[in-house]
Design a protein around this ligand. Structure first.
Ligand SMILES: NC(=O)c1ccc[n+]([C@@H]2O[C@H](COP(=O)([O-])OP(=O)(O)OC[C@H]3O[C@@H](n4cnc5c(N)ncnc54)[C@H](OP(=O)(O)O)[C@@H]3O)[C@@H](O)[C@H]2O)c1
Length: 357
C-alpha cells in the first residue's frame, strides 16, 4: 500500500476530496459522452498529490482513467487512481482501463459506483488479481445525485433518465388563457435552461407545444449563438400534425419525430444511445410520462406571477385522493433573478399505476 492510503475501505481526506473532484469533472462532461458514462478520474502520486485528471471523452475517445494516467505519466508509479465509476476490464472501442492502470504502476484504486454494465464491469476483480488494493462503493449518495447517477439510472431501467422541466407561475400555469407562454420566467432563468439542455442528450416535446409555441429547442449562449454540440430534438407526434416548416425541423440540430407509443419510443431512444432526456412539456405529454412512471427528476422554474387561468403544469394523472399524491424529494432550491428553481427527485418506483392513454 502506498504512503497516503488508508487501510482497507478507509479513505483518507485527500482521497475523498479527489473522488468529489471526479464527480465534478464528470458533471462537466455530461451531455458529450453517451452512450458512455460521464466519468471523472484523478491520479494521486505516491505521496497523495494530484498529478493527473480528466473526463471520459466523446464516443471513440479515451476513458477518463486513460486521460488522467496520460497526464500523470511517470508520476503515477506507486500512486492511487480515483474514479467515479469502477474502471472497465473490457476491450471496446478503446482498450481495458485495468490494463493501463497496471501498466502505469498504480498500487491502489478507489472508485464511487460499481459498473452495472455486464460487458464492461468486473474491473475490481481483475485489479485485485494483479495485487492492486481496490476500494469501491464510496460516496454513493453523491454519485447518484451527479451526472453519472443519471447514466446509472438509464442502465438500470433500460430507458433514458428523464428530467421534466417546466416554467410556471406561482399558481401553476404554464401558459395564459390565450395560449401565450413567452416569457413566464426571467432571462436569467431561461439562460439556466440552456445550461440544463447542454448537459443532456435529447430534448423531448409533444406536438401540442410545437403547434402552440413553434420552439427551436436548441442550446444557445447569451448572444443567441448556437452551441457547438446540440442535443437531439425529439417530438412526440402520433397524428403527424407537426408542419414541415416548424422551427424544430430546421438545420440547427438533429430532429427525430416519434409516432410510436411512449414505452416503444423510450426503448428506441435507449437503443440509439440516448441516456438522458429533458422533457420540456407540455402538460399532456408530461402526464403521459408521469402515468408511465417515466420521470426521474423535476426541475421547476417558478415565476412570482399569477394568471388564474390557462393550462396547468400537468393534466389529469388519475389520482383520486391526497393519499395517492406523487411525492418528491427536494434536492435543491435556488433563486435565479426574480424566479425560484426547485430540483426534486422521484423514486424509481413512483407513478400512479394507470395505463397509458
Ligand atoms: N411553460 C412551460 O414550461 C411550457 C412547456 C411546454 C408547453 N407549454 C404550453 O403547453 C401548451 C401545450 O400543451 P400540450 O399539452 O398540448 O402540449 P404537449 O404535451 O407538448 O403535446 C401534446 C401532444 O403530444 C402528442 N403525444 C404523442 N405521444 C403522446 C403520448 N404518449 N401521450 C400524450 N400525448 C402524446 C399528442 O398528440 P398526438 O395524439 O397527435 O400524438 C398530444 O396532443 C401550450 O400552451 C404551451 O405554450 C408550456
Amino acid at each position: 500500500m502506498n504512503a497516503h492510503a488508508g487501510s482497507g475501505g478507509e479513505l483518507q481526506a485527500v482521497e475523498l476530496a479527489a473522488l468529489r473532484r471526479c464527480l465534478a469533472i464528470g458533471n462537466a462532461a455530461s451531455g458529450s459522452t453517451s452512450p458512455n458514462p460521464p466519468v471523472g478520474a484523478v491520479v494521486l502520486d505516491a505521496s497523495g498529490h494530484p498529478v493527473g485528471g480528466g473526463a471520459t471523452q466523446p464516443p471513440g475517445g479515451p476513458h477518463a482513467e486513460i486521460v488522467a494516467l496520460n497526464q500523470a505519466g511517470a508520476a503515477a508509479l506507486g500512486g492511487t487512481l480515483i474514479a467515479s465509476l469502477e474502471p472497465c476490464a473490457h476491450q471496446g472501442r478503446t482498450g481495458p482501463c485495468t490494463a493501463a492502470i497496471r501498466a502505469a504502476g498504480i498500487t491502489r484504486v478507489v472508485f464511487g459506483s460499481a459498473d452495472p454494465n455486464p460487458v464492461a464491469g468486473g474491473g475490481s476483480e481483475v485489479l485485485r488479481t494483479e495485487g492492486i488494493d481496490v476500494v469501491g462503493g464510496q460516496l454513493l449518495d453523491e454519485v447518484h445525485r451527479s451526472a453519472l447517477g443519471r447514466w446509472l439510472t438509464a442502465i438500470e431501467l433500460g430507458r433514458p433518465h428523464v428530467t421534466w422541466k417546466y416554467a410556471a407561475t406561482l399558481d401553476g400555469r404554464v401558459a395564459a388563457a390565450d395560449g401565450t407562454s413567452r416569457w413566464i420566467t426571467s432571462e436569467p432563468a431561461r439562460a439556466d435552461v440552456h445550461r440544463l439542455r447542454a448537459e443532456l442528450d435529447a430534448i423531448v416535446v409533444g406536438s401540442g407545444t410545437v403547434l402552440a409555441d413553434d420552439p427551436q429547442l436548441t442550446v444557445r449562449d447569451g448572444a443567441g449563438e448556437l452551441a457547438l454540440r446540440q442535443p437531439i430534438r425529439m417530438v412526440f407526434d402520433r397524428r403527424g400534425r407537426v408542419p414541415a416548416g416548424a422551427r424544430v425541423r430546421d438545420q440547427s440540430a438533429p430532429t427525430v419525430v416519434w409516432v410510436d407509443a411512449l414505452p416503444e419510443a423510450l426503448r428506441g431512444m435507449y437503443e440509439a444511445g440516448v441516456r438522458t432526456v429533458l422533457l420540456e412539456g407540455g402538460p399532456t405529454l408530461a402526464a403521459a410520462f408521469l402515468r408511465a412512471a417515466c420521470v426521474d427528476r423535476v426541475v421547476a422554474y417558478l415565476a412570482p406571477a399569477l394568471l388564474g387561468a390557462g393550462p396547468t403544469v400537468v393534466t389529469d394523472l388519475g389520482i383520486p385522493s391526497i393519499g395517492q399524491a406523487l411525492r418528491l424529494d427536494v434536492e435543491d432550491v435556488i433563486t435565479i433573478g426574480p424566479d425560484v428553481r426547485i430540483t426534486a427527485r422521484l423514486a424509481a418506483s413512483s407513478g400512479p399505476t394507470v395505463t397509458e392513454e
